[in-house]
Design a protein around this ligand. Structure first.
Ligand code: NAD
Length: 245
């Protein structure tokens, strides 16, 4: 199957945006924007600074569960994560420019071998000091008793997750890549969370061909829509792109 027939020449600069849908077939549940719940919790309770101020124990526990689940042997990168890593390796070796931007807080892209990667919404396996803003690798549970590695105090650490109303990470790098790319591909994201939901349009205005790969058409104005499960469609799409590059 040949995708991206609309591209008049092989791409030189590719930006990929991923969302919770790419990790669904690895066993991590998506965030269900339609009913506003994430793992049976209201988004505003577990993904906002106000929720954390109101009930920090609930928020610590929520991310502790997600962190433990992510480190269980059952959770592994799937064929979509692997195909992106393989594409990056080959494309960059051939002189192409590549950036993978993920909204996901899991570590499945890096475990699959992706290198040029921005976690715009933070990372489950990191904590952040409320005083200094310094970020630390963090694999165990986090709570009031956790001792901060910079100020050596208890109660100063929060999950390194970008909550609603907070500034996403790496925006300078991401925006620069979006304005340079000639191919933008959005995978497994509902397009409900800004600023990521506007990346396709930004790339399009800058002249890129834009593609969505998703179980459903999110009607976000992409030039090309590839419907189906990520673990099948992503390897097909990127293998075809490599053959035609
Ligand atoms: P979302 O849950 O709003 O949307 C998921 C999208 O993926 C939907 O459009 C759905 O149709 C699609 N999808 C589901 N299964 C798929 C599959 N097998 N193949 C292809 N597409 C599939 O997720 P979002 O747009 O990423 O926004 C959710 C926010 O919640 C993000 O900011 C993210 O930080 C957070 N989140 C992260 C994780 C994770 O790290 N794995 C999981 C849940 C939520």
């Amino acid at each position: 199957m040949h995708y991206s027939n609309a591209l008049s020449r092989a791409p030189r600069s590719v930006v990929v945006l991923t969302g919770a849908g790419i990790s669904a077939e690895s066993g991590i549940r998506t965030f269900r924007a339609s009913d506003g719940l994430w793992e049976e919790h209201r988004i505003e309770d577990v993904a906002s600074p106000e929720g954390f101020a109101r009930n920090p124990t609930l928020v610590y526990d929520f991310y502790n569960q997600r962190r433990r689940q992510l480190q269980s042997p059952a959770i592994k990168p799937n064929a979509a994560h692997s195909a992106l890593a393989r594409f990056e390796h080959n494309f960059v070796q051939a002189g192409g420019e590549f950036l993978l931007v993920t909204q996901n807080v899991d570590n499945l892209h890096e475990r699959a071998g992706s290198e040029s990667l921005c976690h715009m919404h933070g990372e489950l396996l990191k904590s952040r000091c409320l005083n200094s803003g310094l970020i630390f690798e963090w694999r165990e549970d986090l709570g009031f008793d956790s001792v901060c590695r910079c100020c050596q105090q208890r109660g100063n650490l929060r999950p390194h997750i970008v909550w609603f109303g907070e500034m996403p990470c790496h925006m300078n790098v991401i925006e620069a890549a979006l304005t340079r790319c000639d191919l933008f591909i959005s995978i497994g994201t509902s397009g409900n969370v800004y600023p990521a939901a506007g990346f396709g349009q930004l790339a399009r205005y800058a002249g890129a061909h834009t593609v969505e790969i998703n179980l459903e058409d999110t009607r976000s104005g992409f030039d090309e829509v590839v419907l189906g499960p990520a673990a099948t469609r992503v390897p097909e799409f990127f293998n075809s792109l490599l053959q035609n590059s």
